[in-house]
Design a protein around this ligand. Structure first.
Ligand SMILES: [Mg+2]
Length: 393
């Protein structure tokens, strides 16, 4: 079998707000076609026009090649060999950023092709279901422009998630910092009150995670607040510091009363090795598309397992990435939760319409998918409907 074409689809919601904090407004979906008539689907979470350029823009020399030129004509079954070749052929332009993200979308699609070709779900090709069920956590979405409404909406989301059968949830708590919610301005003391209110609402029998989205500039300031959360039984604290402050992460891993999680923005095992060995985080959060696809995410998962750390993947795109995340999670033993927001609960029309994730959520857990490949149903009308206007640079 040979790869005959890579179609890139840049998608955006009609009411795109360039200054909004949610990346659920855009997407790069790739369709990889083969001479056998099988098409694989992949996506990645980054600036979609930049990632598309990594695939389609002409190459200029042997270390800055076009990804299209690397993959076209090749055997889609050779996922590791192709990944390594693409990494080397883009060493001067890539190694990270949009090029690596584009490689991730293509690699995801190649695994979809392999699964479809042999009639097996992707997790079986990754080694089989090490876990028989996966516990998803609900992403709790606050609203409002003041702390009171923000707290109330989080509390009501948490109750709704628990009622829907979720055993775990992750709450945003971003009253300040770069991901500050709308025009909110809140103090660290108020953040503690918000977390306490949600914990009280869900009771003890619920795994609660807190994502503060790069809120603090240094570990000492973070510790002043989160050291007061020890009685709130927080499963992990996500991205408390700026992503490159690895020494700060190491200090938090030593001194904070809960697990520290990070990695949603990282590309490739090389960045994760730094996060694990210098940053010492307890929980690594590869996003399958951003990290470099299944091929590279599995390498990251093995690295974390060797070091006794957990994996809780990041996933904030459509059913394509959600399905990919679930396949990865079934194939590894050290993934206690995955991020899971069912399409029906999404505020992004693009996410609601584009794709069915093919997963069954029952009694608080997800069961292994049975269809070949990723097992998703892509809505081709939505692919057309959300296509961004052609852009020239
Ligand atoms: Mg996050």
């Amino acid at each position: 079998m040979k790869i005959t074409a890579i179609e890139c689809h840049v998608l955006v919601v009609p009411d795109l707000k360039e200054n909004a904090t949610s990346s659920s407004q855009d997407n790069l979906v790739v369709l990889v076609q083969t001479d056998d008539g099988i098409t694989g689907v992949g996506e990645t979470d980054t600036g979609p026009w930049l990632a598309r350029a990594a695939i389609e823009a002409p190459g200029s020399h042997s270390m800055a090649m076009s990804l299209k030129d690397v993959y076209l004509g090749q055997d889609p079954f050779e996922t590791t060999a192709l990944w390594d070749r693409a990494y080397e052929a883009t060493c001067m332009s890539g190694r990270s950023g949009p090029v690596l993200c584009a490689m991730g979308a293509i690699d995801m699609a190649l695994w979809d092709i392999k699964g479809k070709a042999v009639g097996k779900p992707v997790y079986k090709l990754l080694g089989g279901a090490v876990q028989k069920a996966i516990t998803p956590y609900a992403s709790l979405q606050p609203e409002g422009t003041n702390v009171k409404t923000y707290t109330q909406t989080l509390v009501s989301w948490a109750k709704k998630a628990k009622k829907a059968g979720f055993r775990a949830g992750k709450m945003e708590c971003t009253l300040s910092g770069p991901y500050r919610h709308q025009s909110l301005r809140g103090t660290d003391e108020q953040a503690t009150e918000v977390v306490r209110a949600v914990r009280e609402a869900v009771g003890k029998d619920f795994a609660l995670m807190v994502d503060v989205q790069y809120l603090w500039r240094d570990a000492r300031t973070c510790l002043r607040t989160v050291s007061q959360w020890s009685d709130l039984d927080i499963y992990f604290l996500e991205t408390p510091l700026r992503v490159d402050n690895l020494e700060g992460y190491a200090q938090l891993a030593r001194e904070a009363p809960m697990r520290i999680a990070a990695g949603e923005w990282l590309n490739s095992r090389h960045e994760f090795r730094q996060l694990l060995d210098v940053g010492r985080v307890d929980v690594a959060q590869p996003d399958v598309g951003r990290c470099g696809g299944f091929t590279e995410s599995m390498r990251v998962c093995h690295m974390a397992e060797d070091r006794g750390r957990q994996i809780v993947p990041h996933c904030w795109k459509t059913g394509i990435g959600i399905a990919a995340t679930a396949h990865l999670a079934f194939a590894i033993p050290h993934c206690p939760f995955i991020e899971y927001l069912p399409a029906s609960l999404c505020d992004s029309a693009l996410r609601r319409d584009l794709c069915n994730d093919g997963l069954t959520f029952k009694d608080g857990v997800l069961l292994p998918p049975t269809k070949p490949g990723l097992g998703i149903d892509l809505n081709m009308d939505a692919l057309k409907k959300y296509r961004a206007k052609p852009m020239t640079i």
